[in-house]
Design a protein around this ligand. Structure first.
Ligand SMILES: Cc1cc2nc3c(=O)[nH]c(=O)nc-3n(C[C@H](O)[C@H](O)[C@H](O)COP(=O)(O)OP(=O)(O)OC[C@H]3O[C@@H](n4cnc5c(N)ncnc54)[C@H](O)[C@@H]3O)c2cc1C
Length: 478
């Protein structure tokens, strides 16, 4: 992300509405003519709401379409193409990498009205339109004895389209896999307005669309795999005097055969932030806290697996607390669920990194990042899905009073730590604009060119979400 994009800015170029209330630009007028007033937002006060995600403001769009069907999406794409206006697909805008912020005057296609959802229990499948809220899939599957495992912490607001756009993960993904692992088929609209149906049996084009952040096509339907939920779950919390002990405990538990369904890490600063907020009695002195679930259909095996983890934690020097029942488990998990609101009390804005490093490198990585935070003027906390080596260092800042260039520099240094330890820039939040400038550090030039070739093959004129992911393919190349 360029530093200026961090700032809470309004778009000085935002067009003013006409006094008679008619659209003030030809694209909005054409869309209103083809789709009708109810599906097109063109008033400035409405459009202003569609220029941000959870971390960043962008440029106010020319118009917003609220499609109710694939045919509406096709009509909107064709109109934007004819007008030479780029398109930004948008779900709930809970993204943490600037994926939905328009970088120039654009058409935003917001999928929140495409909420069709059908469960096919006999096939163990859900067919969902992109605007379906993630949690709704599991809620609809539950009466049929099924569940949808991908569980981003934002699952009460995030949409299936946004989850597919970012290939979202969550605490359960260590054992159960990420969004892409549950996709059997996709329907998408390409930049010309043509509709495609993809399965995954050859060339896995659906796989290419998943995690492409709306830069290759607009997903209009997904066929998702469902599974029966585990019958039993057990929970423990363990805290450690030193972060290396926590990483060692995780590695030896996994080496001993445990496959926890959730394996979450919080560093000292993160525990402190949650404790300041909720006073749960968490160990403030601990350098690291682990939260662990094991699950399965056999109570004894689930309990034995939890014991494997408990023994590994104790052997590494951790203090272990097992939840005796569901209520106690829920109380322990409250700490993890409360991270976001706790951090919101420290500063109004945060830059949420999403690096993934080999588990063996975690102790060094956590220490190096902590040292970077200590040497900076910013409050920095770390937490993440430690089973996958997925770490979320969060830089807290106030864009009104603090130097956003320095935030960007610190985020870049954190990215470089991950890369130096053999890691990658993103586990689940995507690249967007936030990490676009770091791609040159993370991906070699030859591979970067292959990525550009893929983009050119599917979107030659760079009309879909321009300026995202690829550092060399900027808006002015359109
Ligand atoms: C408090 C909080 C906790 C979070 N926890 C997690 C977590 O645990 N795991 C995780 O992975 N993420 C997490 N996130 C990040 C975010 O919620 C996810 O990235 C989520 O998948 C975004 O969904 P959305 O509907 O808000 O998508 P948006 O933010 O609206 O869009 C995300 C991207 O997908 C593209 N897109 C949207 N719809 C479509 C479509 N139909 N076709 C093609 N592209 C499309 C957009 O252009 C954009 O690039 C968290 C965010 C917050 C605020």
């Amino acid at each position: 992300m360029t530093p200026e994009k961090l700032a809470l800015t309004t778009n000085s170029r935002a067009r003013k509405p006409r006094s008679d209330g008619t659209p003030d630009n030809p694209l909005a007028a054409e869309l209103t003519r083809t789709l009708g007033h109810k599906k097109v937002l063109h008033h400035l006060s409405e459009r202003l709401n569609y220029r941000y995600d959870a971390i960043q403001f962008g440029v106010t769009p020319l118009a917003v379409v609220l499609p109710e069907s694939t045919a509406d999406v096709v009509a909107a794409v064709k109109a934007a193409k004819a007008a030479g206006v780029p398109i930004v697909g948008r779900g709930a805008a809970s993204g943490l990498s600037g994926g939905v912020t328009p970088l120039q005057e654009s058409l935003v296609i917001s999928f929140t009205r495409m909420t069709g959802l059908h469960i096919f229990p006999e096939r163990r499948e859900a067919v969902a339109q992109p605007g379906v809220v993630t949690l709704k899939v599991t809620e609809a599957a539950k009466p049929h004895g099924l569940m949808y495992p991908p569980d981003p912490a934002s699952f009460r607001t995030s949409t299936i389209g946004g989850n597919l756009g970012e290939n979202a993960g969550g605490p359960m993904c260590f054992k159960y896999g990420v969004t892409g692992d549950y996709v059997r088929a996709l329907e998408f609209v390409d930049v010309d307005g043509d509709v495609h149906r993809l399965t995954r049996d050859c060339y896995d084009l659906a796989g290419l669309l998943i995690g492409s952040e709306g830069t290759l096509g607009l997903i209009t339907e997904a066929t998702l795999r469902l599974i029966p939920p585990p019958k039993f779950t057990r929970t423990l919390m363990s805290h450690f005097a030193e972060v290396g002990q926590a990483a060692e405990a995780v590695s030896s538990a996994i080496a001993a055969g445990a496959v926890p369904s959730k394996l979450e890490f919080m560093d000292r600063a993160c525990v402190g932030a949650v404790e300041d907020y909720l006073h749960l009695g968490l160990p403030r002195d601990a350098d690291a806290v682990l939260l662990v679930d094991t699950d399965g259909d056999d109570a004894e095996i689930v309990a034995a697996e939890l014991e494997l983890v408990a023994q590994a934690c104790a052997a590494a020097g951790g203090t272990v607390r097992r939840a005796a029942n569901d209520a106690e488990a829920d109380a322990l998990w409250r700490a993890r669920r409360s991270i976001s609101p706790s951090l919101g009390r420290i500063r109004p804005q945060r830059m949420n990194e999403d690096i993934v490093v080999p588990r063996s490198a975690l102790p060094d990585v956590v220490r190096e990042i902590r040292a970077l935070g200590d040497a900076s003027p910013f409050h920095l906390v770390q937490f993440g899905h430690i089973g996958d080596g997925n770490l979320h260092p969060n830089i807290m800042f106030d864009p009104r009073t603090e130097d956003t260039h320095a935030v960007h520099d610190l985020a870049h240094k954190i990215a470089l730590v991950a890369i130096r330890h053999g890691g990658v820039l993103s586990g689940e939040h995507g690249i967007g604009t936030m990490k676009r400038d770091f791609m040159r550090d993370a991906v070699d030039p030859v591979t970067l060119n292959v990525l550009r070739d893929v983009k050119r093959a599917l979107d030659p004129a760079n009309g879909l979400n321009p300026g995202k992911i690829l550092p060399d393919l900027l808006m002015d190349e359109r």
